[in-house]
Design a protein around this ligand. Structure first.
Ligand code: SAM
Ligand code: MG
Length: 221
């Protein structure tokens, strides 16, 4: 009574997973959200696609936009080599507090830097305050109208190097039409779609995988 969904997810993690076992944390959250209450984690079905992208790219620097309860944070960080770093941004302080507990429970606090604040405020400060040169992988999963402006901000701040991958969740449901239009038509990206379903449902959804090619400007556009 009176508890929030993130608090209930944390309780499910503490009850049904093993401390220090990221896979068991991910499984406990999926189990809770499939059978008890839906939550906006990338989930098990799209999670496998995210895993494959991470395993193939082997990124050393990762940025996640939108932490919520750190489901995807834990899932991604667990697949990174020891020297890698994942920075995750969350502007909801209550969610961030739960995320921090779940990250610690999973034993991944060394690899993950959780920043409480808005993407638009923090992206321009990442180089200076965290010594980041560029990101190898950016997972976009915050509010859908921020995907496009934050992508342009990442470009402007020089945080993407050629070959960097933007992996965007929920491009169909709830949908990010302006972002899809941009990455699919800009000469700066080579983009492809992974068809899937909205987490824990049969609704159509998917991830967009966009390789940054460089700041070319097509004079015809
Ligand atoms: N990536 C998480 C996962 O798969 O487990 C789910 C993230 S949830 C879909 C989106 C989160 O982004 C929410 O917790 C919300 O508070 C946060 N958020 C939305 N817009 C943001 C912004 N501009 N800056 C930082 N956080 C934001
Ligand atoms: Mg999502």
């Amino acid at each position: 009574t009176g508890s929030t969904r993130p608090q209930r997810i944390l309780r499910a993690v503490q009850k049904n997973s093993t401390r220090g076992s990221p896979c068991s944390v991910v499984n406990a959250i999926d189990d809770y959200c499939k059978h008890k209450e839906w939550a906006m984690n990338v989930g098990d079905e799209k999670g496998i696609i995210v895993d494959d992208v991470v395993l193939e790219l082997k990124p050393i620097t990762v940025l996640e936009l939108g932490t919520y309860c750190a489901y995807s944070t834990v899932r991604i960080a667990n697949l990174l080599p020891p020297e890698a770093k994942l920075i995750t941004l969350e502007f909801n302080a209550e969610s961030a507090a739960i995320a921090r507990e779940i990250i610690t429970w999973a034993g991944l606090e060394e690899k993950i830097q959780l920043i409480i604040g808005a993407s638009g405020d923090w992206i321009p400060r990442l180089k200076e305050e965290f010594g980041i040169e560029t990101f190898d992988l950016v997972f976009l999963d915050h509010w859908k109208d921020r995907y496009l402006p934050d992508t342009k901000l990442l470009e402007k701040c020089g945080l993407l190097k050629p070959g960097a991958v933007l992996l965007a969740d929920n491009v169909i449901c709830p949908g990010t039409p302006d972002y899809l239009d941009y990455v699919r038509n800009s000469p700066r990206y080579k983009s492809k779609f992974y068809r899937s379903h909205l987490e824990y449902t049969q609704e159509e959804d998917g991830l967009e995988h966009s390789v940054f090619l460089g700041l070319y400007d097509n004079p015809n556009l």
